[in-house]
Design a protein around this ligand. Structure first.
Ligand SMILES: NC(=O)c1ccc[n+]([C@@H]2O[C@H](COP(=O)([O-])OP(=O)(O)OC[C@H]3O[C@@H](n4cnc5c(N)ncnc54)[C@H](OP(=O)(O)O)[C@@H]3O)[C@@H](O)[C@H]2O)c1
Length: 319
């Protein structure tokens, strides 16, 4: 049985971009991050009290987990929480591919347990969910969640775990001002009613909702995120301008307000942190109060932008 409660922070820290190798043309983000940069991010995050780190075995095919494990070595294991994922689409061919992937993640992260383990994407829910049970029983995994599952898949996973005395303890989906499919599909309501934390990933749409990138200063050329977002940047200007003007009234910046919007909707944002000063924005996001009118204005402008930011790995959330 699950013995300790999962501590849910205001904001969790995302490390997908940490998997980029920095080689030209490689990686999703086109980022060039050094170990020293990331140490600075980790130190600042811990000083600010943010301690839940999200990664996945497939981010940079192990690079994100390895560098995360390395930079956290200086902290006591009880001072941080690790969230990583089993990706069915990348499963090996052994008897228990999930157990194998967990062992590889544990080795790269330099630990003997994972605080929060996810099934990254739904493949065959009835096939893969039961593999979580022995991992929970052994203590290698303390808590489990499902990511990118629609409501009926979440319910099936919950039923399978429930029969063994466990439950789906967290949901993780793409959720931002520009992409509200989990809200439309009733997943946020389901989480609220069931007391399940909803983690929102890509609340900043990989940088497109930060105001930092615009047609004059597009996302890094050759990166996957540039291919998705650069053509949309002109349509996002009215929204990022509004995020900026709301921010000005509270001494906050565009990404802080976009993050605060997700918090106001009851979500726990997982924000990709690539620079130490981005942590200051997370601190500010936690103290921003948005009025009902501000939320409505932002959502109206987001709708008017008329863009579809669904990731290639995501499917429609409606059943
Ligand atoms: N379960 C899943 O399928 C799934 C899918 C996607 C993501 N995730 C998780 O969610 C996390 C977040 O998603 P993401 O990293 O893809 O995108 P994101 O959080 O929407 O955007 C991250 C990017 O926004 C920029 N940024 C962040 N804070 C900023 C600030 N304060 N000021 C200016 N720019 C800022 C950075 O770009 P620059 O580095 O260019 O400055 C950063 O790389 C991931 O790292 C991962 O852990 C999970």
């Amino acid at each position: 049985m699950t013995i300790d409660n999962l501590n849910i922070p205001t904001v969790a820290l995302g490390t997908w971009a940490w998997g980029d190798s920095g080689e030209a043309g490689d990686g999703y983000f086109g980022s060039r991050l050094t170990r020293a940069d990331l140490e600075g991010v980790a130190d600042k995050a811990h000083a600010a009290g943010f301690t839940l780190w999200d990664t996945a075995a497939v981010y940079g095919m192990g690079r994100s987990e390895a560098v995360l494990g390395d930079v956290l070595k200086g902290y006591a294991r009880s001072d941080y929480q690790l969230s990583t994922k089993f990706t069915p689409q990348a499963a090996g061919t052994g008897d228990d591919p999930m157990a194998d992937m967990v062992e590889q993640s544990l080795a790269r992260l330099g630990t003997d347990y994972i605080d929060l383990y996810w099934i990254h994407n739904p493949a065959d829910v009835a096939r893969w969910t039961p593999h979580l049970i022995p991992l929970l029983k052994s203590g290698k995994v303390k808590h489990v969640g499902v990511s990118n599952h629609n409501l009926s898949e979440i319910e099936l996973a919950n039923q399978i775990l429930g029969e063994a005395g466990f439950r789906v303890e967290a949901i993780q989906n793409h959720y931002s001002l520009l992409y509200r499919s989990s809200e439309d599909a009733g997943i946020l309501d389901y989480c609220r009613n069931q007391g399940i934390p909803f983690f929102a990933y890509m609340v900043l749409e990989q940088g497109a909702l930060t105001g930092k990138y615009n047609p004059e200063n597009p996302l890094p050329e050759g990166s996957s995120r540039a291919k998705t977002y650069n053509a949309m940047l002109p349509q996002l200007k009215a929204l990022t301008d509004k995020l900026a003007s709301i921010g000005q009234t509270q001494d906050a910046a565009v990404p802080d307000v976009a993050t605060a919007w997700a918090i106001a909707k009851g979500a726990t944002p997982i924000v990709g942190v690539t620079k130490p000063h981005y942590i200051d924005g997370l601190v500010r996001a936690g103290s921003i109060t948005l009025t009902g009118d501000e939320i409505a204005d932002l959502e109206a402008l987001a709708g008017a932008a008329n863009v579809n930011t669904r990731g290639w790995w995501e499917k429609e959330m409606q059943i």
